[in-house]
Design a protein around this ligand. Structure first.
Ligand code: TUI
Length: 314
């Protein structure tokens, strides 16, 4: 039986591009879709007119399915939903909140909805609301994260719902993909690996910082403020961590953090930028074309999953 996610979305490989705000845009989105995965436009921070333009650019560059990620803390989401509905985008993923109030209009327009869930209870709520699948995201991910790890969260979500589950957080190669499938996921979502791709429209400094990262290169800040975010450790994260430890006014924290992702992506500011990246940054050694990343991932995952075991089976 063919993979449920591939059938549902009409894609070749069950690999989603993480809907990274300011990063998951043209030409990266169409590169992933053209290579057989699912490119996803990160609408976080995007004015609705720019989202409409990005959708048009993707449609010019590929005939394949693609998606849009709605970052639910963004105040522009209601207008972004209107754009998505009007454009009949094939799939929406959501993050950083519950998409409950947008579900009817999205489903009514035939848009498939895959909310990101950091916990089992939310996955079950999303299934009841009519979600087509969920993305179980572990705290290995970059950016805004939950508290549970992919290894522990994913099989619990798989056991709790009947809709397809996509794994996110900690997946950057075929070994990670095989592990996620072994835990019951039917697809994977990959962010950081594609950030360090040829097509990512990201400042070279940011890509090089990912290549330079080691296994302990990231820090989580903002936990005490209820908004934990994982970034490559730099001057900004060190100052933010100190502010939190000193119990400074959240407004002081916010004034340093605001605009950090833009400074990283567009200006390549390694000191005061928010270099959002997952723990897998330490695995990434080379900038590659998106198609090569996908082909290697699928080939390695298939090879691993077709291996037998070298111990006696009772
Ligand atoms: O959303 C993400 N990752 C992100 S969003 C982002 S943009 C940003 N920029 C500046 C500061 C902060 C963020 C960067 N990275 N991942 C998906 C995700 N969703 N992670 C956690 C959640 C989540 C959290 C709570 C999803 C649902 C949720 O529900 C709460 C509720 O309403 O029950």
């Amino acid at each position: 039986m063919a993979n449920r996610i591939c059938r549902l979305l009409g894609i070749r490989y069950p690999i989603f591009l993480g809907g990274m705000a300011h990063v998951a845009r043209e030409p990266l989105v169409s590169a992933v879709s053209n290579a057989g995965g699912l490119g996803i436009i990160g609408a976080g921070g995007m004015p609705p007119e720019e989202l409409e333009r990005q959708i048009q650019l993707v449609r010019k560059a590929t005939d394949r399915p693609f998606g849009v990620n709605l970052m639910l803390m963004d105040p522009k989401v209601p207008e972004q939903v209107e754009v998505v509905v009007r454009a009949r985008v094939p799939l929406v993923t959501t993050g950083a909140g519950s998409p409950a109030k947008y579900m009817d209009s999205l489903k009514g327009a035939g848009v498939k909805v895959f909310p990101v869930v950091p916990a089992v209870a939310l996955a079950q709520r999303m299934e009841k609301l009519g979600a087509d699948g969920v993305i179980a995201e572990g705290m290995e991910s970059g950016g805004h994260i939950g508290t549970e790890t992919t290894m522990a969260l994913l099989p619990q979500v798989v056991d709790a719902v009947s809709i397809p589950v996509v794994a996110a957080g900690g997946i950057a190669d075929g070994r990670g993909m095989a592990a996620a499938l072994a835990l019951g996921a039917e697809g994977v979502q990959v962010g950081t690996r594609f950030l360090a791709s040829v097509e990512a429209p990201v400042h070279e400094n940011y890509k090089q910082a990912v290549l330079k990262a080691g296994d302990r290169a990231t820090t989580i800040t903002g936990r005490s403020l209820g908004r934990p975010v994982r970034c490559l450790t730099n001057k900004l994260t060190k100052t933010l961590a100190r502010y939190e430890a000193e119990g400074r006014d959240p407004e002081e924290f916010e004034s340093l953090a605001v605009g950090g992702l833009r400074r990283a992506v567009y200006e390549g500011d390694l000191e005061t930028g928010s270099l959002m990246a997952g723990q897998v940054a330490g695995l990434i050694r080379e900038i590659k074309p998106a198609a090569e990343i996908i082909e290697e991932m699928v080939k390695t995952a298939a090879e691993i999953l077709s291996r037998g075991v070298d111990f006696p089976v009772p």
